[in-house]
Design a protein around this ligand. Structure first.
Ligand code: 1PR
Length: 575
């Protein structure tokens, strides 16, 4: 069997290539234009099998298929009866149309329209790990390796609702519940199979699906005609398998020797401090390390370790990107490339996602910089300082984006699910009896049972840029609302006051931002114990929580956090 991957030009296809390499299928070829399709039979001495991976907007995918001359050859390929596996957008294009792009016609294989998730009672996009339950489990050769005891990684705002009264339900192979909505998580009929989730980002469970499909395609599938495949779909079981995500974050920068290391700050200060009470005039070792950048390990080795111990997602932040960071000189690109070859859960890369200029004077747009990270294997990019500047501009333009910000250009090209905004808020303490500033409605009052330095005080959350070095006249709430409007798909919510303190997440801040937006939020900064994860999930209903220091110093293991969450009744991802 010849294995082919369709690259329509606007998706992250590197992750799939890495997964296949990991599984030992290194002899795949890319299909990028009509000629590649025409050559398919000639260059393959055995029957072909085609995978179409991708993410992003429906109209972008269809437009790209047309623009590269791929639409008609793909239709003919599907007609030929040869095996096809569509992933995420590669599954959605099989449908007649999508509410995401009225007027754009899909491949029309599945006779219904893709709809949007309802965001009144849950965050949209549906981002994270969920279960998938096969409609018919009686014949193990038709499950394609999809197991109801596993979790798979989803990231999408539009879905094929599961409705047994319409003909499209014949295509349902497995269903998934998100909130109160049930949708088709996999479709299958004759030679065509598709997953709404990303098997290439779903750890071992996802790799198993890819392997099962390739092996079945290789040994020759027998495809029953549609009529005999049709079984009356039974009503889906109301199982909400959606899990809370645990994210391990690595702040990366060059140390004083020029080596790229994972560091970790206290309230964003990443340099070792000398404890004067321990210093003597002869204590040269302590004097030497004082002021040095803290070194907690190598980025790829740590990423590998966290993947193996069950992290649901990993985040790599280049924390010195506020300096000039030309695309040609981004050491993080190499880190991402190597990490993505070993890690099969989502990878977010942040720092320096902005318009930049190479040393030779070549201008690089933020979308080009992001594209370089996606091609290296990143799944999402995280934008910090530029997001603040974009919302300031949005405010001065009376709330309308002009389409030029990094958030807008990247989400248009790669989909909003690929754009995370990292917020670095810092508390501004005020006297509530005299405060007359614009953020009166956003004041928070310290609890009597909270940390000592907060009791009896009031504050609002001000946004910063350049890693907390500069305060900007924007509140965290204003920023969150603004970036959602501009097209961000997720918020990574840090807290400079809590970072590295181990006091627990800032629940007031998390609740405030959760209420302000309908996109998923990641609670970050301050985790000091496994109980802190349980309490932030219980008290704020946030979708995911991130920690750095306690994982790097091995004070708490990811496995321990997940056990505590299960004991508290939360769904967690099965490895
Ligand atoms: O502004 O788009 O170039 O992005 C820069 C990125 O680098 C931003 O995401 C910003 O948050 C991050 N950053 C910049 N300086 C620092 C610093 O620490 N000096 N790190 C920094 C932000 C915060 C979290 C940390 C959590 C959890 N780090 O990443 O991992 O607070 O820590 P904890 O569990 O140990 O408390 P741009």
């Amino acid at each position: 069997m010849g294995l082919f991957l369709l690259d329509h030009g606007a998706g992250n296809v590197q992750s799939l290539a890495n997964s296949l390499t990991k599984l030992g299928y290194t002899d795949f070829r890319w299909i990028r234009d009509a000629q590649d399709f025409a050559d398919m039979n000639a260059i393959s001495d055995t029957p072909p099998a085609l995978i179409f991976p991708g993410q992003g907007a429906f109209h972008t995918a269809i437009q790209c298929l047309h623009a590269h001359g791929l639409f008609e050859p793909l239709q003919r390929y599907l007609d030929s009866g040869k095996p096809y596996f569509g992933i995420c957008i590669g599954m959605q294009v099989l449908f007649a149309s999508s509410a995401e792009s009225p007027g754009t016609r899909g491949l029309g294989r599945i006779p219904c329209q893709i709809g949007r998730f309802d965001d009144t009672e849950k965050a949209v996009p549906h981002m994270g790990w969920n279960s998938a339950e096969c409609i018919d489990t009686s014949d193990p050769t038709t499950t394609e390796g999809v197991s109801s005891t596993s979790h798979y990684y989803f990231v999408h705002s539009y879905c094929a609702k599961y409705d047994t009264s319409v003909a499209a339900a014949e295509w349902a192979h497995s269903t998934t519940q998100y909130g109160q909505e049930v949708f088709m998580s996999t479709v299958r009929q004759r030679n065509i199979f598709g997953t709404q989730f990303h098997p290439e980002k779903s750890g071992t469970a996802g790799l198993n699906i890819l392997k099962t499909w390739i092996e079945q395609s290789r040994t020759g599938r027998t495809f029953a005609p549609p009529s005999s495949l049709f079984r009356l779909p039974r009503p889906p079981k109301p199982i909400d398998g959606f899990t809370k995500r645990i994210i391990a974050c690595m702040d990366v920068r060059a140390n004083d020797e020029g080596d790229l290391v994972v560091t970790k700050g206290d309230q964003y200060d990443v340099r070792e401090k000398a404890d004067p009470s321990n210093l003597t005039s002869t204590d040269t070792a302590t004097l030497k390390t004082a002021g040095a950048v803290r070194n907690l390990g190598k980025p790829v080795a740590l990423a590998d370790k966290y993947y193996a111990s069950g992290a649901d997602e990993l985040c790599l932040l280049n924390i010195t990107s506020f300096r000039n960071s030309p695309l040609l000189d981004q050491p993080m690109l190499a880190v991402v490339r190597v990490a993505a070859e070993k890690i099969f859960v989502p990878l977010t890369i942040g720092g320096g996602i902005k318009d930049t200029v190479d040393p030779d004077g070549t201008r690089r747009s933020a979308v080009e910089v992001a594209g370089a990270y996606f091609r290296a294997g990143a799944d999402k990019v995280s934008i910090g300082s530029e997001a603040v500047h974009a919302v300031e501009k949005l405010r001065s333009a009376n709330g309308s984006g002009d389409g030029t910000s990094a958030i807008e250009t990247i989400s248009k090209m790669y989909g909003s699910q690929a754009v995370v905004v990292s917020i670095d808020p810092k508390r501004v303490y005020v006297d509530p009896t005299t405060y007359d500033g614009p953020y009166k409605d956003e004041l928070v009052y310290g609890n009597d049972d909270g940390p000592e330095n907060e009791r009896g005080r009031a504050w609002w959350y001000q946004c910063t840029v350049s890693g907390g070095r500069e305060m900007r006249p924007v509140s965290a709430v204003e920023l969150a609302k603004g970036v959602q409007k501009l097209g961000a798909g997720e918020i990574l919510l840090n807290s400079i006051d809590r970072d590295g303190t181990g006091l627990g997440f800032d629940h007031d801040l998390v609740l405030m931002i959760k209420r302000a937006v309908s996109i998923p939020v990641v609670a970050s900064s301050g985790a000091g114990a496994k109980e802190h994860f349980v309490s932030v999930f219980k008290e704020t209903n946030v979708e995911s929580a991130l920690a750095a220091g306690i994982f790097h110093r091995e004070e708490v293991k990811i496995e321990d956090v997940k056990t505590a969450m299960q004991e508290a009744g939360f769904n967690t991802r099965a490895m």
